[in-house]
Design a protein around this ligand. Structure first.
Ligand code: PEP
Length: 253
């Protein structure tokens, strides 16, 4: 059974006290998760240890960072390495979020390096891809997203690509309140799975979870997650509201 994931991306939000309250609120709900269903909390760097302590004993919960640097260690002031994350007990790392690509100039090749390093430290990358509105309007989104995957991931051997989670996040739907329809999400996820299958074969492509991100809310999660190739969501805004995020967790099929 392919894994299903509800992933929260808190971005650069919340004070320590607010973070603690939100974690407590999210964790107090009685979820009935199956073994293949997971909740991943991508909290800001300063709260990684706290999140790790809070989720202890909650089997299906995991902590994620929102980024790591593409070098092992050294004179890179202000950056955090994959090895540091591993040493904190962090299990996942979001890589290539569109905000990182846009505001911090992250390229496909840089993201390829980050992905390799993250994997070498035992982290599971949540690799983000997705097109801008301009590309969607030009109708070239399939090629664009395929190139993002090829240039960052396709030098990985089969045993490593199997460990990756992909998040399709159309930029025009992130933080805009404009969600892709479930049909648009399914169409792109199906395409991504075919692209993976062409490179690595059907069995590998069938194993890789593909999450949808872009204004997922408690009210639309069930419909999105009901699509056969949508294996959960990467959630920004709604993950900061405990009731909304709990509903998203419960929408895993
Ligand atoms: C995101 O940033 O990953 C995201 C999908 O944000 P939002 O849910 O707010 O659109």
């Amino acid at each position: 059974m392919r894994q299903q994931i509800a992933a929260a991306n808190w971005k650069m939000n919340l004070t320590l006290q607010q973070a603690e309250n939100l974690l407590d609120e999210i964790l107090k709900a009685p979820y009935h998760l199956k073994t293949y269903q997971k909740v991943v909390l991508a909290v800001p760097f300063p709260y990684l240890l706290l999140a790790g302590q809070k989720i202890a004993g909650h089997n299906n919960f995991h902590v994620s960072a929102q980024n790591c640097y593409q070098k092992e260690r050294g004179a890179y002031t202000g950056e955090s390495s994959a090895e540091m994350l591993q040493s904190l007990g962090v299990e996942y790392v979001i890589l290539g979020h569109s905000e990182r690509r846009e505001y911090f100039g992250e390229t496909n090749s840089m993201l390829g390096e980050k992905t390799k390093l993250a994997l070498s430290c035992g982290l599971t990358p949540i690799f983000c891809c997705g097109e801008s509105l301009q590309i969607r309007e030009a109708g070239t989104q399939n090629d664009y997203v395929e190139t993002q995957l090829k240039e960052s991931l396709f030098s990985l051997p089969e045993e490593q690509i199997r460990k990756i989670v992909i998040a399709y996040e159309p930029i025009w739907a992130i933080g805009t309140g404009k969600t892709a329809t479930s049909a648009q999400a399914q169409e792109m996820h199906f395409h991504l799975r075919r692209v993976l299958a062409k490179q690595y074969g059907d069995a590998v492509a069938e194993e890789i979870p593909i999450l949808y991100g872009g204004s997922v809310k408690g009210s639309n999660a069930k419909e999105l997650f009901s699509q056969p190739d949508v294996d959960g969501g990467l959630v920004g805004g709604a993950s900061l509201i405990a009731a909304d995020f709990s509903k998203i967790i419960e929408a895993l099929k």
